[in-house]
Design a protein around this ligand. Structure first.
Ligand SMILES: [Zn+2]
Length: 130
């Protein structure tokens, strides 16, 4: 599962180009055309769960919403603690649901992080202690 970043950069389909965006030392490819999401650090494959924790671990859970258009029964709403952390959202296209980790869908509106866990176990882990 380890791909040198150089291969990823040149990988494309007829309709989309996959250009990594770097935030907080992590390179992320997130494509709203084909829905592909990939995580790398220093050109090495990165565990999506680890990447999510590094980018959004300090976010505060501020609400739970009904599904909206999400591919999961419930949506968790998070707020970044400050401007620096908010900038991590820029790694992803806004107003689009992307599967950023297995069974975990992400969207954002530039102010809030929206997570939709398709697997109930994820929901339990994410909301534990909240
Ligand atoms: Zn694509």
């Amino acid at each position: 599962m380890s791909h040198p970043l150089v291969i990823v950069v040149t990988m494309k389909t007829e309709t989309c180009r996959h250009i990594p965006i770097e935030v907080a030392g992590i390179e992320i490819i997130s494509c709203d055309d084909c829905g592909d999401v990939a995580w790398y650090r220093s050109g090495e494959w990165l565990d999506p769960a680890e990447g999510m924790a590094e980018l959004f671990g300090q976010y505060d859970l501020v609400g739970r919403l009904d599904s909206l258009s999400a591919p999961a029964p419930e949506v968790l709403l998070y707020r970044p603690p400050n401007r620096k952390w908010r900038s991590h959202l820029e790694a992803f296209p806004k107003h689009v649901w992307l599967e950023v980790a297995p069974d975990l869908w992400l969207s954002h509106d530039e102010e809030h992080l929206l997570l939709a866990p398709a697997n109930p176990i994820h929901l339990e882990n994410l909301t534990r202690g909240a």
